[in-house]
Design a protein around this ligand. Sequence first.
Ligand code: ADP
Length: 178
Amino acid sequence: MIIILVGAPGSGKGTVAERIQNKYEFPIVSSGEILRNEMKQETAIGKQVLSYVSSGKLVPDRIITALIKQKISKHQHKCSVVLDGYPRNLNQSLALEDMTQTKQRVFYLDVPKDILKERLINRGRTDDTEKVIEQRFEVFLNETRPILDYYKRRDTLVRISGTSSDEIFRKIDALLSK
Ligand code: ADP
């Protein structure tokens, strides 16, 4: 099974992924972490993606898809994987289906916008400045939200609303342990 966490910036995808990992021992594949790692190590890929990440735009699909494919294939012997931050547009959703035929469960982390903003400002990552945050919200609305309709039509989407990652994890946990 592939557990896909979709949510606006600041919705707690990373925190919820860790809570799922702690309880179920499913490995996490986090697109944001992978990219930040490449940038930190100043690899060729890191250099290519820097301008996108620091301006809040999506990095090109072929780059992120290749990285995710590599990571997922490493975990293929395990029963399940938690995907944090991928897919983020329709093209990536289709690429993921090509990568693996494993059953997918998609959780949309629906958190009120005032809470999202407050969290991002307090987090203080280098791409968490006011201007870049706005850009990431735009990208979420225009490019990522359409995948929610796609998954809804395929009956794999569950909307999880909450104001804390605790509340959201509890709701997902209840569904996973059923
Ligand atoms: P957040 O959800 O708060 O925006 P992430 O760590 O998931 O944080 O993403 C940070 C940045 O990394 C994004 O703004 C984007 O530039 C890049 N990124 C992450 N995941 C993807 C993806 N699947 N496709 C393209 N770019 C991505």
